[in-house]
Ligand binder design. Structure first.
Ligand SMILES: NC(=O)c1ccc[n+]([C@@H]2O[C@H](COP(=O)([O-])OP(=O)(O)OC[C@H]3O[C@@H](n4cnc5c(N)ncnc54)[C@H](OP(=O)(O)O)[C@@H]3O)[C@@H](O)[C@H]2O)c1
Length: 313
């Protein structure tokens, strides 16, 4: 680690965003160190501070977090420990090392009562513990490190880890019909696209580190909102085009599929601020989904690859 190879420290080892970041940053020629549990645990803030103090990175990206939305209702303390206190520890240690922090938050900071895309300045009012813990994380980070970029994202999918797209592909193989909620609206977001945005943000901040406009909260989601059902239908259709079965996706209502945590009915995010400040906009999720399915299954009209069988078998 030298002054001419600024190191980017990623918190979070196996998560979908962490793995996408590692892939994209290395492809952009960056030096990356990725750390995670058990050595670095957000619920043990001293482990977070220690690793940042020792590594002295030029950048800290916190891609770790407590992401189990329903379980959080029963594990309030763990959710706040990781998403609020742990995130604050990362931001503070980054600040002490003179490093900006890039952090991820969620559309679930909103209650979903708005009828048009949420902007960054809209009032927050999370419906559940997960959203509350993420909101507190945003606020604590902003207090301790002025050089923060908080990217609120949503409905993340990728070739990595556990996510809705991979669950739908498994159900598509196992069942003739799948019931999916059709009255919650949001933006499916491809983790590698999000990682690409982070690469651009780092490039910009490296050029103009003192421009305060570049810091703050930004919404970063793929374009073109849909419902979970619309997303599921596209996944199943894309899978069928690649030789997989084609289950019927039935629209149902949230009432028909009760969950422990209440979700916003409408959490579509406007990305105009990101476009204005950084000059970037994420593509429509449909294009990103096609890339994801190419990686997970194989290209259109090809036989499903062995990787699919292993990943979902
Ligand atoms: N997934 C979504 O739909 C979504 C939507 C909006 C915002 N976000 C935000 O985006 C960020 C990344 O999410 P993701 O989709 O990549 O989540 P993910 O796939 O569930 O990965 C979460 C990561 O956090 C790590 N982690 C969890 N608790 C930890 C702890 N106490 N200490 C250290 N590491 C811990 C996990 O570590 P292990 O590998 O050890 O399990 C994993 O690497 C999170 O801040 C999340 O809130 C995600």
């Amino acid at each position: 680690m030298t002054a001419d190879t600024p190191t980017i420290l990623i918190l979070g080892r196996n998560g979908q965003v962490a793995r996408s970041l590692e892939e994209q940053l290395i492809a952009h020629g960056r030096t990356v160190v990725k750390v995670g549990r058990p050595e670095v645990d957000l619920c043990d803030p001293s482990s977070v501070s220690r690793v940042i103090r020792v590594a002295r990175p030029a950048w800290v990206i916190n891609a770790a977090g407590y992401t189990a939305v329903d379980r959080a209702e029963d594990e309030t303390q763990a959710a706040f420990a990781a998403n609020a206190i742990g995130a604050q520890a990362a931001a503070l240690a980054a600040s002490e090392a003179g490093a900006p922090i890039i952090h991820f938050s969620t559309d679930y900071v909103f209650d979903g009562t708005k009828a048009m895309p949420y902007v960054e300045t809209d009032a927050t009012s999370p419906l559940g513990i997960y959203g509350q813990s993420k909101l507190e994380g945003e606020q604590l980070i902003a207090k301790v490190n002025q050089q923060h970029v908080i990217l609120r994202t949503a409905w993340v999918f990728s070739p990595f880890g556990a996510n809705f797209a991979k669950t739908m592909l498994r159900l598509n193989r196992e069942r003739p019909t799948i019931n999916v909620v059709d009255d919650q609206h949001g933006n499916p977001t491809y983790a590698p696209d999000l990682a690409d945005i982070v690469c651009r943000i780092i490039a910009r901040l490296s050029e103009s580190p003192s421009d305060q406009n570049n810091f703050g909260i930004f919404h970063a989601v793929n374009n073109s909102p849909t419902t979970w059902c619309g997303f599921a239908q596209a996944i199943v259709e894309g899978a069928a085009q690649r030789g997989a079965p084609h289950a019927t996706v039935n629209p149902i209502t949230t009432k028909d599929y009760p969950t422990k945590a209440e979700r916003p009915k409408y959490s579509v995010l406007s990305t105009n601020k990101l476009a204005k400040v950084y000059g970037v906009r994420l593509r429509p999720w449909q294009d990103a989904l096609s890339d994801a399915l190419d990686r997970l299954i194989g290209r259109r009209n090809e036989k499903p690859s062995h990787r699919l069988q292993q990943d979902f078998g």
